[in-house]
Design a protein around this ligand. Structure first.
Ligand code: ASP
Length: 442
């Protein structure tokens, strides 16, 4: 059975099993929720384990293989332009939807009392500390970490990326033997880490099953009810972005079938959905973009790690809808200037948000502060956060993959999304088997 079918079935089974178990259910005396958590965490740990070496070697590799300075400048500019444009469009779609739906206004009245604010604000804020960019200066500080190892250990990928970009930039121009050996070494590490990644990926269905079962057991599905309009606004806006705007880019700019691209990306999208972490999904995203969508290593290894860290369409959109919803619920006057402020802050903070679950919450407090609302108001949206996190993370990963395909096509890569996914998978397997054979022969 194909991987994405396996993952899909595992997801449904996880939701079913999760809805049958509760937090107090035990199996042979062992709490079943702890079992789900263990399996889910092992899977996520497996993916996280490869993230740091993968990001660093992929970016350095990407930098050294793009060719001369002109190539690099052109690709860099295109990447940044595409990332910025897609994020701004995502936020505008969110803004439009939240204005149309007005989820914070119920029967013409701000919904503040109906919704009630969470009283455990302190605990909430303490729980989300360190997950995102507090403010703009913090984003800048993250870009130049004083200690690389500490940044890697804390999952502050922005600093690591800047270092890898600089390292790759200078390694590219080292023409001597030492430079060549170092390039080979880094390329070798990248290949091996990718193989470890493939091994972890085989366990995706099991991991996804456990993650979904744990989420459904914890939150249940009734929790959403009072916030149904807010929930619907976010999902509708994300759907418009993911299924209308993004496919249009694939179709018009990349001149390829959006459907085929969705097919190619399914394993990564389902993993993003169940793990709610685009950083943990990155290894799988790279695998899908390279082996199933046929994008060269040259384009993807440069664009994807960067995207997983700084390009978050779903997150930016969610931040905008959430801040607008809270402002509406407070009965705040939403002048054009205020909405503009929300848009700008959502776009900028989404760059600094960590690619881990619930990271947006911090950014939303920043937006609330920018428009003069108390940070404690995020209490309103906590109930639905986990579920919406799954949707927005999938959109984050989808956005990165679309930009990569568009970029690869603009660089003249003909093979992108040309072959049916099944063929591509078979060829990739054959190639890795062949490579393994070659090694044993030696
Ligand atoms: N969970 C999201 C991600 O990893 C970030 C967020 O919006 O909270 O992409």
């Amino acid at each position: 059975m194909k991987l994405h079918h396996q993952i899909f079935i595992a997801m449904l089974a996880g939701a079913l099993v999760g809805s049958l178990t509760s937090e107090s259910t035990t199996l042979f005396g062992v709490p079943i929720l702890a079992g789900y958590d263990l399996v889910g965490s092992l899977f996520i740990n497996g993916l996280k384990m490869v993230v740091v070496p993968l990001i660093v070697t992929a970016i350095i590799n990407g930098m050294t293989s793009v060719g001369d300075g002109n190539n690099l400048g052109r690709m860099g500019l295109k990447t940044v332009a595409l990332y910025m444009t897609t994020t701004v469009v995502a936020v505008l779609i969110g803004l439009l939807t939240v204005n149309l739906f007005s989820p914070g206004v119920i029967d013409g009245q701000p919904a503040r009392d109906l919704l009630g604010l969470a009283s455990d604000t302190e605990a909430v804020l303490a729980g989300i500390e360190g997950r995102g960019a507090g403010d703009f200066t913090q984003i800048l500080m993250q870009m130049l970490p004083p200690n690389l190892i500490a940044a890697a250990a804390d999952g502050q990928m922005l600093g690591l990326i800047v270092f890898a970009l600089l390292f790759g930039y200078f390694l590219r121009t080292e023409r001597n033997d030492a430079g060549r050996s170092l390039r080979d070494l880094i390329e070798g590490i990248y290949q091996v880490v990718m193989k470890i990644t493939m091994l972890v990926i085989r366990f995706t269905p099991l991991g996804v099953f456990a993650l979904i079962a744990a989420t459904v057991t914890r939150t249940g599905l009734d929790a959403i009810e009072p916030l149904a309009w807010f929930f619907a606004s976010v999902v509708v806006a994300l759907t418009l972005h993911a299924f209308v705007f993004m496919p249009a880019l694939v179709f018009f700019l990349a001149r390829r079938s959006p459907l085929r691209h969705i097919q190619a990306m399914t394993p990564a999208l389902l993993t993003a959905f169940s793990s709610a972490s685009s950083a943990a999904t990155l290894p799988l995203t790279m695998e899908c973009v390279q082996n199933r969508a046929g994008v060269s290593q040259r384009s993807s290894s440069f664009v994807l790690p960067l995207g997983a860290t700084v390009n978050m369409d779903g997150t930016a959109l969610y931040e905008c809808v959430a801040a607008m919803f809270i402002a509406q619920a407070y009965g705040m006057d939403l002048s054009l200037a205020t909405q503009f402020m929300i848009v700008i802050t959502a776009v900028l903070t989404s760059i600094g948000v960590a690619s881990i679950p619930a990271a947006s919450l911090v950014a939303i407090t920043v937006i609330l502060a920018a428009i003069g609302l108390p940070a404690e108001a995020i209490g309103l949206i906590l109930v639905t956060d986990r579920l919406l996190d799954m949707f927005r993370t999938a959109v984050n990963v989808w956005g990165d993959s679309v930009v990569t395909v568009v970029l690869a096509r603009s660089e003249g890569e003909e093979q992108v999304l040309q072959r049916p996914v099944a063929d591509a998978e078979r060829m990739a397997q054959a190639a890795s088997a062949h490579a393994g054979q070659g090694q044993t022969d030696k």
